[in-house]
Design a protein around this ligand. Structure first.
Ligand code: DON
Length: 318
């Protein structure tokens, strides 16, 4: 050894360390609880755990049950936000949805009624994401869904990314809380479009199916300020990518965002299917998956795994 680590050595070291971190985190998979309020999600295997890392030179490291597919759920909210911001600009988007963390659960209806005007506090809670979906341009939910699929296919280089129809229908048929939020917002003028079409787009984009490698590629584009790290193609405006990362820090893990920022220190966005997308600016994109959730709705073993990686690789941005 010369003391200078070659690219191949670095990749090998990262691979071994990722595998080790997956083994350590897998001890916690049974402590979480798989989401059941969307019945189709309850079928997930609670023992599954996977992680993938995309480095800025495009090298990919993966460990665990890497073939397992899962739906983005709330992770998708970042990309509908990116599209709405590109469609309308910051001023208009943030006149209809706020920028503040809530301290409440992701599907809370409480603050919405208490705050006047009834503008959702941020675009990561369900109410805020439904308003964002209302702003995504397109002729009906099919065209709006195609727009986000097209963005995600470019980000991941995976042309096969599509909606999991069973999860979509399951969510659509059990979405009493989201319907309540949406109709309340329609009644108070916060939603302007067709409520069912907007909800349909919201359910579909939450039901987009991926694996951890896809999520790591998405995160790598955010890490590279919105350009594809390998091709250099600009997929998201730099300022919009910055806004997305800021929401990941302040609201990405809901009412656990503060604790996560201190313990892990990486911009991250969770989804109730068990995925977490984490982005280390100019260094790497990370995707983790384990369907058992903690009481705040974040993947329990996924958070442990990210904590381990953050310590190991000194990833905290703070
Ligand atoms: O609307 C819902 O409840 C789900 N489609 C998304 C919620 C979610 O992912 C919360 N995340 N941790």
């Amino acid at each position: 050894m010369t003391g200078i680590e070659t690219k191949q050595h670095i990749q090998q070291r990262y691979q071994e360390q990722l595998e080790q971190a997956v083994i350590l985190a897998s001890r916690h998979v049974k402590e979480g609880k798989v989401a059941s309020y969307i019945p189709e999600l309850a079928k997930s295997d609670p023992n599954h755990l996977s992680a993938a890392v995309v480095l800025m030179d495009g090298s990919v490291i993966a460990a665990g049950n890497t073939q397992t597919r899962f739906t983005l759920q709330s992770i998708a909210k970042l990309f509908s936000l990116a599209i709405a911001l590109a469609d309308h600009g910051c001023e208009y988007v943030f006149s209809r949805v706020g920028m503040e963390p809530t301290g409440d659960p992701f599907n809370s209806i409480m603050k919405l009624e208490a705050i006047k005007p009834h503008k959702p506090l941020n675009p990561m809670i369900n109410a805020g994401a439904i308003v964002v979906c209302d702003m995504v341009k397109g002729n009906g939910c099919e065209e709006r869904t195609e727009r986000i699929l097209s963005l995600l296919r470019k980000m991941t280089g995976n042309p096969e990314i599509c909606v999991n129809h069973a999860v979509y229908l399951s969510e659509k048929n059990s979405a009493n809380r989201n319907r309540a939020l949406a109709y309340f917002m329609k009644d108070s003028g916060v939603l302007t479009g067709d409520v069912e079409d907007t909800l349909d787009f919201y359910f579909r984009h939450c039901s987009i199916e991926v694996n951890t490698q896809d999520v790591a590629w998405m995160a790598s584009v955010l890490a590279a300020d919105g350009a594809h790290p390998v091709t250099g193609e600009r997929l998201i405006d730099e300022r919009i990518a910055g806004i997305c990362k800021t929401f990941m820090v302040t609201c990405g893990m809901y009412n656990a965002s503060g604790e996560f920022a201190i313990q892990v220190g990486i911009p991250a966005k969770s989804g109730v299917a068990g995925g977490i997308m984490a982005t280390v600016p100019m260094q790497m994109g990370i995707g983790v998956y384990s369907p058992g959730l903690d009481e705040k709705g974040n993947s329990l073993a996924g958070v442990k795994l990210l904590q381990e990686l953050s310590n190991l690789w000194n990833l905290s941005i703070f």
